[in-house]
Design a protein around this ligand. Structure first.
Ligand code: NAD
Length: 254
């Protein structure tokens, strides 16, 4: 069984989409959840309301996790609010930002993509580590993407590379933190519909073409991803670290 009672969880970018589903699932498992949003306070409040209405515990925190100062303030606020360090960290915040061919890539866009998708995971992890170590262990899950393996669609090469960085980073971190009782794993979603991500970046024809190639015959849902995260942070995965779980309906098999 999955029992996260008494655990404190931080899910970055959890005001919508996959992050919201993860926050809701962790709270249903018994964790007290720190919901983080960037801009839409209303969406963040909706996540918190959903959790509380189901009898769970959640608090809302604004922060831009692509900035180290903001990350440090976020983690301090979470620890103060819940009165202890974070046991479960899910580095979910991520963004394609915009499709851009390499010929048009600017230094600014490159940095924005890398900072939101990769730097954020490195520094949120760094910020929670003292608290997590003080508790004798914990679990970290990082969000990669099918794009890490296949390079993503047109104009997504830097995004794909940032998500590939997540995979190797997570493996290195898993070795580094194992002696501290901290497990680090990655989930790698394929085509997950009902997210702002695809509403913004994928045409209806593109969606149909991709879903048509999925062996399980449908697009994924945020709950499909949340289920894998719930498993990885739970005692059921006590002997699993440095692993990447592909959640893509069989679209890509490693
Ligand atoms: P989404 O756009 O709905 O969610 C992304 C969340 O991250 C949003 O809540 C957004 O506000 C937040 N965010 C972005 N930049 C941030 C910042 N600087 N600070 C704090 N929060 C920030 O998209 P989603 O599909 O739910 O994406 C969740 C994760 O899953 C991302 O890492 C994404 O790359 C990954 N992913 C999604 C898919 C998919 O098919 N939707 C596929 C593979 C990977």
């Amino acid at each position: 069984t999955i029992d996260l009672k008494g655990k404190i969880a931080l899910v970055t970018g959890s005001s919508s989409g996959i992050g919201r589903a993860i926050a809701v699932a962790l709270a249903a498992g018994g964790a007290k959840v720190a919901v983080n949003y960037l801009r839409s306070r209303e969406d963040g409040e909706e996540t918190v309301r959903t959790i509380r209405e189901a009898g769970g515990e959640a608090e809302l925190f604004q922060a831009d996790v692509s900035k180290v100062d903001a990350i440090e303030a976020l983690v301090r606020a979470v620890e103060e609010t819940f009165g202890a360090g974070v046991d479960i960290l899910v580095n979910n915040a991520g963004h394609l930002v915009r499709r851009c061919p390499n010929a048009d890539m600017t230094e600014e866009l490159y940095e924005t993509i890398m900072d939101v998708n990769f730097k954020s995971a490195v520094f949120v992890t760094k910020a929670v580590l003292p608290g997590m170590k003080a508790k004798g262990g914990g679990a970290i899950v990082n969000l990669s993407s099918l794009a890490a393996h296949d390079g993503g669609g047109p104009g997504a090469s830097v995004y794909a590379a940032s998500k590939a960085a997540i995979v190797s980073y997570s493996k290195g971190l898993a070795k580094e933190l194992a002696p501290a009782g901290i497990r680090v794993n990655t989930v790698s979603p394929g085509f997950i519909g009902r997210t702002a991500f695809h509403a913004t970046f994928t045409s209806e024809e593109g969606r149909k073409a991709t879903v048509g190639r999925v062996p399980l015959g449908r697009e994924g849902t945020p709950d499909d991803v949340a289920g894998a995260v719930l498993y990885l942070v739970s005692g059921l995965a006590a002997y699993v670290t440095g692993e990447t779980i592909e959640i893509n309906g069989g679209l890509f098999m490693r």
